[in-house]
Design a protein around this ligand. Structure first.
Ligand code: FES
Length: 166
């Protein structure tokens, strides 16, 4: 287990790293936290990129090869967003209260996809998460990596329509 001083800093100042950190901290940064940490990272970011895998490896004191191995072995993990655009909708309690399920339903209708799917033309991937750490901006919608501030259903609809018509 690495001491705090030896653990790397998160790759960016994105608040979602705090959620990933919380998962690792709960398990005292033990290497056994790997799979759960990757799940959390995928849930909040939608996929696992290089920086994420490096950060998790560094934080848990694991060889990068092992982390890549696990991330590529399990089909559940995605190493890239599949669609040209990605939308993660938070279904945690605060967001649920602000009609997050209505947003997921609307995107499903507009794009013809369910959460976890990408449109056949590769334009949009839709994902859902439990809490992305932005409850004050609920409903939490992360559009191409940016947390939208309190988006309405129509805001998200306009964005999705624009993406699909590009
Ligand atoms: S419940 Fe959605 S951001 Fe926290």
């Amino acid at each position: 287990m690495l001491t705090q001083a030896k653990r790397p800093a998160p790759p960016t100042d994105d608040k979602r790293w705090r959620i990933v950190d919380a998962t690792m901290r709960r398990q005292s940064y033990r290497p056994a936290a790997l799979i759960e940490t990757l799940h959390t990272a995928q849930e909040v970011f939608g996929f696992l990129d290089d920086d994420t895998l490096r950060y998790v490896a560094g934080s848990l004191g694991l060889p990068l090869g092992k982390v890549f191995g696990v991330a590529t072995f399990y089909h559940h993990f995605q190493l890239k967003p599949k669609g040209a655009h990605s939308c993660v909708v938070c279904l945690g309690t605060a967001c649920y209260m602000k009609n997050a399920t209505g947003i997921v339903k609307m995107i499903g209708e507009e794009a013809g996809i369910a959460p976890g799917e990408t449109t056949p033309d590769g334009k949009l991937s839709l994902m859902v998460a439990r809490c992305i750490g932005a409850c004050s901006l609920a409903p939490g919608v992360v559009a191409d990596g940016e947390v939208l501030p309190r988006p309405t259903l129509d805001d998200v609809r306009a964005l999705v329509k624009r993406w699909l018509s590009e």
